[in-house]
Write a protein that binds this ligand. Structure first.
Ligand code: ADP
Ligand code: MG
Length: 394
């Protein structure tokens, strides 16, 4: 068990909290604040115990001076202040006199937020390359470090691994919740354990497939990913998205685990990739050379639902079709609806997957919707996440 925020005396302490405030921003306005809300519990816990909160986060990628205005954390500080109904002092620097003064004058229960950690990437990628001086400098600002940024925990950056290497540290409530939900499933799932895999690329998910195929009882495949598998089985998939360089990988997985991998029987195909076209349902053997598969078909939906009916645990990563288009989100929506009615453990992982579950209104219907994206995938691959590995066990 990792040391957590509960294991520290927080009164009078300056607590550096690494958050993942990497929210979508359009024209200066935050379009979805759920990533900010996800950290409220950790922040409130410190304030309630008379600690002092120093918040760090990245936002976007900073590759030139021009990116700085677009990716300032100031709007996040304003939104957080509204959500907490208390002051959040924004310091528009990542180091230097302003930071020194703000930190030196903190009172118990006060919250400050420094500017985007990735502003330090303009100076030799110090944040992203886990620069030692920068890590030590940030660590010197506080007494305790809490890593609560699950979404960046698969990266070894100065603001997570760097600080944790130089200061007493633990994980916050968000990371704890992610680990509590994800780890038991990967290590000791209630069976039958079924994995639904979809989304765009086989190549993005090779690690996940390799790891989960040994643990899972069934892997149910949809999304564009199914076409590389179908092509590996000799089907003509027309203009569907295929990764030819992954065909050998798919062949091997099918050879070794033919009983576990479940592929579609029919597909909703279209002549073009467009939100306005209406698809045609075809058997996987009858996809024309000029057609592309954009969703799984009704027979497949029924097959997948009937298999999933026996599951005790389900992990789902990647949509079954182009769920951005209303006419091709039927597979994804149908499985959401079916799973939401089963009283079993259902965990959703992956950036786009979490987004569609939320968009369709199912986020509260499942056991857990992971906030992680890449970090969740790496955990499902069985990899250690450096931002968490660096935190001591208790
Ligand atoms: P996640 O972020 O949850 O890991 P991915 O990034 O792997 O998921 O995949 C999401 C994307 O996959 C979506 O943008 C969706 O449009 C796309 N996708 C799903 N099925 C298809 C398909 N049949 N053809 C093209 N794109 C697809
Ligand atoms: Mg994605």
């Amino acid at each position: 068990m990792k040391r957590t925020i509960r294991d520290f005396k927080l009164e009078n302490k300056k607590v550096i909290v690494r958050c993942d405030f990497n929210v979508p921003i359009e024209n200066g306005a935050i379009t979805d604040d759920s990533k900010i809300k996800a950290h409220l519990e950790t922040i409130k816990y410190i304030i309630d115990r008379n600690g002092k909160v120093i918040l760090l986060s990245h936002l976007g990628r900073i590759e030139s001076e021009g990116d700085k205005q677009k990716y300032s954390l100031k709007p996040i500080a304003i939104r957080l202040s509204e959500l907490l109904d208390r002051d959040v002092k924004f310091v528009p620097e990542t180091k230097g006199d302003l930071v020194y003064e703000a930190v030196a004058n903190m009172r118990n229960g006060e919250i400050i937020m420094l500017e985007n950690t990735r502003f330090e990437d303009l100076d030799g990628k110090k944040e992203s390359k886990n620069n030692i001086e920068l890590s030590k400098y940030w660590a010197s600002l506080g007494n305790i470090f809490i890593n609560d940024a699950f979404g960046t925990s698969h990266r070894a950056h100065a603001s997570n691994v760097g600080i944790a290497s130089n200061l007493e540290s633990g994980i916050g409530f968000l990371i704890e919740k992610e680990l509590n939900n994800l780890e038991p499933i990967i290590k000791n799932p209630k069976r039958p354990f079924m994995v639904i895999l979809g989304g765009k690329k086989v190549s993005d998910k090779i690690g996940v497939i390799n790891n989960l195929v040994t643990v899972a009882d069934k892997i149910i495949v949809g999304g564009a990913m199914c076409f590389t598998f179908l092509k590996a089985k000799g089907y003509n998939v027309g203009q569907s998205l295929v990764e030819d360089e992954q065909i050998d990988f798919c062949k091997k997985v099918l050879e070794l685990h033919s009983d576990k991998i479940i592929l579609p029987q029919d597909i909703n195909v279209s002549l073009e990739y467009s939100p306005t076209v209406t698809g045609r349902i075809v058997d996987i053997a009858n996809i024309n050379y000029n057609e592309m598969g954009l969703d799984i078909g009704p027979q497949t939906i029924n097959l997948y639902k009937s298999i999933l009916r026996n599951a005790k645990t389900v992990i789902w990563n990647g949509p079954m079709g182009v769920c951005e288009f209303n006419k091709f989100n039927i597979g994804t929506k149908s499985l959401c609806e079916a799973l939401s009615k089963q009283k079993i453990t259902v965990v959703i992982g992956g950036g786009d997957s979490a987004a569609f579950v939320k968009q369709f209104g199912y986020q509260d219907k499942f056991t857990h919707v992971s906030t992680g994206g890449g970090a969740t995938l790496e955990l499902l691959e069985g990899k250690a996440l450096p931002g968490i590995a660096v935190i001591p066990e208790k």
